[in-house]
Design a protein around this ligand. Structure first.
Ligand SMILES: O=C(O)CCC(=O)C(=O)O
Length: 262
């Protein structure tokens, strides 16, 4: 999957009815005149790419600013007796965090852009329920990767993490690709046979939870090793609780999302 070959082959072999749903269209936003170019990578469950979601200078800002505070990722590791992550996966890469009230307005601007697009509350708040986490950037060097995992936290983290109690779990993942990678570094969803190779300024998003509130395990994903160059991404994890108006629980376990119909 990391080479992209099997995913391309499978895409071609998909039935016409499935392929007909992999559309490109303009996604409406909360701002009446604003649209984003969206390409459906997988219809059910939904995984979609937004073309040119960022501007060069915005992506460059995140990359350059991250370098000042990067620390090795703890994902999948045990640090001071605390286990981070849901399973035995490990990330080989470095991370930095950006609060929305960062002195540079770019951070708040991109957060608001995601809010306009998704209609979800994307604000991180120091106290009380937050709509989302601060941005996390990840820098992967050659060989950098992240093993297959789901993004939601497990129950034990739920109990000890104040944000989990106040804001709920990670409902949506929005991945922003900050640079082009010379070789490797695809994000892959093995159960869906989807591979996405980093494209500077693109964003990809998906729902980790079904509308029934059940974790959607089909969305297990991984970051393939970088073979040549570096890879930089920024992630916004949108939390569940504050989205109850925009994405209410479904009336039956298989309720789908109305956003699928543009
Ligand atoms: O870097 C990627 O392509 C995926 C990152 C990811 O899955 C994560 O940070 O949870």
């Amino acid at each position: 999957m990391c080479s992209g070959l099997s995913a391309n082959l499978i895409k071609c072999n998909k039935s016409t009815s499935v392929r007909s749903k992999l559309t490109c269209h303009y996604r409406r936003t909360l701002i009446p005149y604003k649209r984003w170019k969206e390409e459906v990578l997988n219809f059910d469950p939904w995984v979609a790419q937004l073309h040119d979601f960022m501007r060069d200078e915005e992506s460059d800002f995140f990359m350059q600013e991250s370098k000042k505070t990067l620390v090795p990722s703890v994902a999948g590791r045990v640090v001071d007796g605390v286990k981070y992550g849901t399973t035995g996966y490990v990330r080989v890469g470095k991370v930095a965090w950006f609060l929305d009230n960062h002195t540079d307005p770019t951070v708040g601007l991109i957060s608001r852009r995601i809010e306009e697009l998704t209609t979800f509350d994307t604000k991180w708040r120091e106290t009380g329920p937050s709509g989302a986490e601060p941005f996390q950037t990840v820098g992967y060097g050659i060989g950098g990767n992240l093993m297959p995992h789901m993004d939601h936290h497990n129950a034990s983290k739920f109990e000890r993490d104040g944000m989990m109690k106040n804001s709920g779990n990670r409902m949506v993942t929005m991945l922003l690709y900050l640079n082009d990678v010379e070789k490797g570094g695809a994000t892959v969803w093995p159960k869906l046979n989807v591979s996405f190779f980093p494209v500077k300024n693109a964003a990809v998003y998906w729902f980790n939870y079904k509308r029934s509130g059940e974790v959607d395990r089909r969305l297990v994903h991984a970051a393939c090793p970088v073979i040549l160059g570096h890879k930089w991404v920024a992630t916004k994890w949108i939390r569940e609780k504050n989205q109850f108006k925009s994405r209410p629980c479904g009336l039956h376990p298989n309720s789908t999302d109305t956003y699928l119909y543009i």
